[in-house]
Design a protein around this ligand. Structure first.
Ligand code: AKG
Ligand code: MN
Length: 207
């Protein structure tokens, strides 16, 4: 198998099999360590309902949401501790797409059976000149991408374990989400489900 061939799917750069099966296992082990220091939690939506995904993070920042709105935090909401370092394999993938700065946030989303993520934009970062690089592990997720207006037409495609996806230039501020996952298809995660790592540069490049 040949790893790391970027292609453009519905305007989005996708690198199928960016991580080999062995790398996926190694990254998963690193993520288990992250989860020990920074246990996954379910943020509240603006409407006071818990999100169906559980999240945690590595790096300086973690995205957070409660009734007061969305923001980035630098201390875990339950432990009060800073988040652990971003795993090396995740940094390696980011650097194949962006060499000017390293990410300062690696958000880790865990989709259990029935979890999804509604259409949204990633727009709480300082500089949209930097991409959002996402990595998928475990069960396939049906990714939906639209335009920079919520009402723009959307298209969807499946993201599989080991795939990397990049939101940059025209797609950096595109609405996107996960409609559903094909629960139980991958054997990577012991309990099934999907992990998505979203690597972002939150602070300006100079800080
Ligand atoms: O799970 C995914 O592939 C997308 C996650 C996402 O869009 C986000 O966390 O902002
Ligand atoms: Mn997003």
């Amino acid at each position: 198998m040949h790893y790391g061939n970027p292609e453009v799917i519905h305007g989005v750069t996708v690198m199928r099999d960016a991580l080999s099966p062995v790398e996926q296992i190694h990254l998963l082990a690193d993520l288990r360590e992250v989860a020990k220091t920074a246990p996954p939690f379910s943020p509240m939506t603006g409407w006071g309902k818990p999100m169906s995904v559980q999240i945690t993070a590595a790096g300086r920042f973690c995205w957070f949401s409660d009734r007061k709105g969305y923001r980035y935090i630098t201390a875990h909401p339950e432990t009060g501790q800073p988040f652990p370092a971003i795993p090396a394999l995740a940094l390696k993938i980011w650097r194949t797409f962006e060499t000017r700065v390293d990410p300062d946030c690696c958000l880790i989303n865990h989709y259990r059976e029935g979890a999804r993520m509604g259409l949204h934009q990633d727009r709480d970062e300082a500089d949209f000149g930097f991409p959002v690089v996402s990595l998928s592990l475990g069960d396939p997720g049906l990714f939906r991408i639209g335009g920079t207006e919520r009402k723009a037409p959307t298209r969807s495609f499946w993201l599989h374990s080991g795939d990397a996806m990049v939101l940059e230039s025209e797609t950096r501020l595109a609405f996107h989400g996960i409609d559903r996952i094909k629960f139980g298809e991958s054997a990577l995660l012991a309990g099934g489900g999907r992990l998505n790592l979203t690597l972002r540069r939150v602070a300006p490049a100079t800080t």
